[in-house]
Design a protein around this ligand. Sequence first.
Ligand SMILES: Cc1cc2nc3c(=O)[nH]c(=O)nc-3n(C[C@H](O)[C@H](O)[C@H](O)COP(=O)(O)OP(=O)(O)OC[C@H]3O[C@@H](n4cnc5c(N)ncnc54)[C@H](O)[C@@H]3O)c2cc1C
Length: 435
Amino acid sequence: MQQNSEEGRRPSSVLRAPSPRERGEGEDIAIIGGGIIGICAATLLSEAGRSVTVFDRSGICEETSSGNAAAFAFTDVLPLAHKGMVKQLPKWLADPLGPLTIPPAYLPKLLPWLIRFWRAGAPKHYQASLATQAGMMRLAEAEWMGLLDRSGTRPMLHEDGSLELYESEAEFRASLSGWAARKRFGIGFRHVEGEEIAALQPGLAPRFVKGTFVPGWKTVADPKLLGKAVWAYAEKLGARFEHARVERIEADARGATIVLADGTRRTAKKLVIAAGAWSHLLARNLGDRIPLEAERGYNTTLPVSAFDVKRQLIFSGHGFVITPLETGVRVGGAVELGGIDRPPNFARSKAMLEKAKRFLPGLDPSGGREWMGYRPSLPDSLPVIGAARAPNVFYAFGHGHLGLTQAAATGRLIRDLVLGQTPPIDLIPFRAQRF
Ligand SMILES: Cc1cc2nc3c(=O)[nH]c(=O)nc-3n(C[C@H](O)[C@H](O)[C@H](O)COP(=O)(O)OP(=O)(O)OC[C@H]3O[C@@H](n4cnc5c(N)ncnc54)[C@H](O)[C@@H]3O)c2cc1C
C-alpha cells in the first residue's frame, strides 16, 4: 500500500503525537547504516508516521551507495551463480586485473562462501532464485517510481535503456539463454547489430558485432545525490541522523540497545540493521551467523566532457559498464572477492579505463577520480530481508550488485515487517535463517 503523497509531505508535528524520543523514552526505531538501503527504510517508516534515527559512522550515502554505477537494473533478474558463470571462472581468474579476482591469501577464508555460491548455481536453486528475483524487481520498480514522485526526485531519473555489447558471435550466442529466461518474465529487449548499434551509441569501436538494447533499464543522475535528496525528504518528515560508529548491539523482548564507539548507549523499540558489507559483524552479536562477503568493485569517474555516452553501455565479457551521469562519465565494475580489510588495488580501475578507451576511441581518459566500494553479497544473490533471531531486530542487507535498484522495495518490506503488516511478496526466500 502506497502512502498518500500529500500526507507524506506534511510536517512531522502535524503528522503525529510526540514520539518516544520526544518524550525522553529512547528511540522509536533505530537504523544502523545510512546507505541507500538504510535511508529508504527510514523514509518509508517516516512516511508511516514513525520516529526514526539513522546511525552511521560516515554519513548519508558516503560509502558503497555513493559511487556505484547508478543503474535501476529492474530487468537484471539473473542470479549471479549459474553454470555459465562457473564455467567462465578459470578464464577470469587467470587474469589478475580481469572481471573477477580472488586475492590468493583470502581464498581459505572465502572457500565456504564459494562452495555455497557453487551450490546456488544448481539448476533447481537457480530457477527458484530467478523467480524470486523477478518478483522482487517488479516491486522494486513500483516502489522506486512511487518514492521518486513523493520525494520530488523524479527529475533525477534517466530512462534511456542500456546497450549490452558482444565482441563475437560466440559471446552473443552464449548470452541467448539468459535473454530467453528474461523473456519468460516479460522483460523487453531487442538484439541489434551494425548501424543500429552505431545509432544507439555513436563512436564505438567496430569490434562489437552484436548488441542487445534493453529499453526498461534506467539510470539515475548520480546515486550519491539521489540518496542525499531522498534523505532530505525523510528529514522533512522527522527522520534524524546521528554520526556514530555502532560497536555492539543487544536485544530482548523490551527492545534493542545500541552501544556506540564512545561507550554511550541508545535504546530503541525496534532496530533495523542495514550496515551493508559490515552487517554480519553486528548480526553475530545476536547469534545469527550470516555468510556475507564483500564483492569489491572499482571505477573511475571522468569529467562530463570525457565522451557523449548516450545510455549505460554494458561490456559483460569484461565485467564493466560505462554510465553517463550528470556529474561525470563513470567507467567501472569488476568483482574482487577480497573481504573488507584489504586496501584497494586501483590498478583494477586503471585496467578498465584502458579498455574503455579501446572501446570508445574518442574517450578522454584524463582527470578521473578513482573509487572502490563493497557490494554486500550473499552466495545465492538474494538479500537478507527479515527478522533476526533476537526479538525486535530486522535485517536489510546483502543486495550485492542491486542495492540501489532494490532499495525502495526493501524500505517498503522493512516498513511492513516493523509495522506488522503483510508484505506484498513472499519473504521466505530472503530470511536470514536460510543459511
Ligand atoms: C562498482 C559498483 C557498482 C555498482 N553498481 C550498482 C548499480 O548500478 N545498481 C545497483 O542497484 N547497485 C549497484 N551496486 C551495488 C550497490 O552499490 C550496493 O548494493 C548498495 O550501495 C548497498 O547499499 P547499503 O545501504 O546496503 O550499503 P552501504 O552503502 O555500504 O551503507 C552501509 C552503511 O553502514 C555504515 N556502517 C557499517 N557498519 C557500521 C557501524 N558499525 N556503525 C555505524 N555505521 C556503520 C557504513 O558507514 C555505510 O554508510 C554497485 C556496487 C559497486 C561496488
